[in-house]
Design a protein around this ligand. Structure first.
Ligand SMILES: *Cc1c(COP(=O)(O)O)cnc(C)c1O
Length: 493
């Protein structure tokens, strides 16, 4: 399978796409075509374990990777998850399920891809004959940073550097990152919000002069953000797995279509669901859930992507994003894979903060997608209602998705399609906000929040969060967005 960039240029192999992260012209790599998973193969996958299903889906894209090695890598990655099943489905009500993707080492769904990405990257370097040291640069809205640090710590031939917005991550997320262990890791706060941080990191990737300076230091850049196809690919697998679990447990018939509601920030998670649909998974609709930063809700309704709006800091920080990078891949698809048009739209976005798609393109998108959002009050209410009604506790991001799903149910009372709501973080990652949602209690301290949340819900507290209290802070530096490259050079010297 070859890969092309959304903004044109040469075809590359899967390994090259993963090692580079982003194409030289700033475009995102997408598969030349979507590989199909026919009905017979879906039937075969019913009896498989999660790692086997994942290796099967990934193998369709990563043709130069050895399939036995890939399976072994998936087994290793998913053995780091607690409880046996890395992506369990929990039934909330008739036809309503939660897909819990947070049983990995850092308690967020990013682990689904970032436990595997280091292997994909290392192997990709071997396949491409890359001899230099790899420097993985990450811009994080909170959860990617920790999952990437944990995935790459002490990996041979790789250094990892994480940038997070100084005023845009939760206290738990910050503690998780700033106490990170490992010889090859660095964490730096960037003054501003996530968009400032992500834009500055993207500029480092796009600048040939920077690349040359790094090359002199025997270093090449790669990305662990969801713009990297190596992040996207493992995420496609859990949509297949959730579907197969519903069939195996006789909740649906093979071939019956289902819906997913996905809490969305950078559009990576929900895009993976779209890729699964393109591969033939019986998916009807995808409901894109946002918080008060509802740029995607507006785009999915109007076809206009407009950055001229207020930016809100919310209790679902991993969705506090206005420049939603992976949307470029969807816009590219519905343009009829028109790279020139996609490039000019992204140029418009950069220059004028805005672009629009045509009515035809919007219609194509709306055949599958719709968007909704939850403000702070309504996400709290959705979390509270589910807790009271069925005793299920969810995190703040999943709370936004819950609200959007409930709105859909209310508008479509006769709709009998099964709904899977994607649950993206362990509630203990946001203990004070979740405690407030389910009990109305406000506490100032995160660890006190954990204790009280445990008392209220009796849910097990993950060790990796509880241990943070006693770990020394290793990283405390905060810099201006314009000075990031100096930090990078200092780290690789
Ligand atoms: C990253 C993240 C999201 C958003 O996922 P995208 O792939 O960026 O759309 C939602 N919830 C949580 C908890 C996250 O960590």
């Amino acid at each position: 399978m070859k890969f092309i960039s959304t903004r044109g240029g040469e075809k590359v192999s899967a390994a090259q796409a993963i090692v580079a992260g982003l194409s030289a012209n700033g475009g995102l790599y997408v598969p030349e075509k979507f590989p199909a998973v026919p009905r017979e193969e879906l039937e075969e996958m019913l009896g498989m374990s999660y790692p086997e299903r994942a290796a099967k889906v990934l193998g369709k894209y990563l043709s130069e990777y050895d399939s036995k090695e890939l399976l072994k890598a998936c087994e290793d990655a998913y053995s780091r998850f607690e409880g046996g099943d890395p992506a369990p489905l929990v039934r909330l009500d008739d036809g309503v399920y939660m897909l819990e993707l947070w049983h990995g080492p850092t308690c967020a769904f990013k682990d689904m891809a970032l436990t595997l990405l280091p292997w994909l990257l290392r192997k990709g370097c071997d396949i491409c004959g890359v001899k230099e040291q790899i420097l993985v640069l990450v811009a994080t809205s909170g959860d990617t940073g920790k999952a990437a640090l944990e995935g790459f710590k002490d990996a041979d031939g790789v250094k990892i550097m994480v940038f997070y917005p100084s005023d845009g991550v939760s206290k738990m997320q910050k503690l998780q990152m700033c106490t990170q262990e490992g010889k090859n890791v660095n964490v730096v706060a960037v003054k501003g919000n996530f968009d400032d941080c992500q834009t500055a990191v993207k500029e480092i990737f796009a600048d040939g002069n920077y690349a040359a300076q790094l090359k002199e230091r025997n270093t090449v850049l790669s990305s662990a953000n969801s713009i990297n196809f190596g992040r996207l690919a493992p995420q496609i697998a859990y949509y297949f797995s959730a579907y197969l679990d519903l069939v195996s447990s006789e909740q649906i018939e093979m071939g019956e279509e289902i819906d997913f509601t996905v809490p969305t920030g950078n559009f990576g998670n929900i895009l993976a669901a779209y890729y699964a649909k393109q591969m033939g998974l019986p998916v009807r609709r995808l409901h894109c859930a946002s918080n008060s930063n509802k740029i995607l809700t507006d785009f999915l309704a109007t076809g206009v992507y407009d950055l001229h709006r207020e930016f809100y800091k919310t209790t679902s920080p991993s969705m506090d994003i206005l420049v939603s990078s992976n949307l470029e891949r969807l816009v590219f698809e519905v343009s009829g894979r028109n790279a020139k048009l996609t490039a000019s739209r992204m140029e418009d976005l950069k220059k004028n903060g805005k672009y629009a798609i045509s009515a035809d393109e919007l219609e194509k998108i709306q055949q599958t997608f719709d968007g909704g959002y939850a403000d702070e009050e309504s996400s709290v209410e959705a979390m509270y209602d589910v807790f009271i009604d069925v005793g299920y506790t969810m995190d703040t991001h999943t709370g936004c998705a819950m609200k959007v799903a409930v709105d859909w149910f209310e508008k479509h009372k006769k709709d009998e399609t099964n709904m899977v709501i994607v649950s993206t973080a362990n509630p203990y990652k946001f203990p004070q906000d979740v405690l407030y949602a389910v009990t109305g209690n406000d506490v100032k301290d995160s660890f006190k929040g954990i204790k009280r949340l445990h008392a209220a819900t009796a849910m097990a507290v993950p060790k990796c969060l509880l241990n943070l209290r006693d770990k020394p802070l290793r990283f405390t530096k905060s810099v201006d967005a314009k000075n990031l490259f100096a930090e990078v050079l200092d780290f690789v010297k």
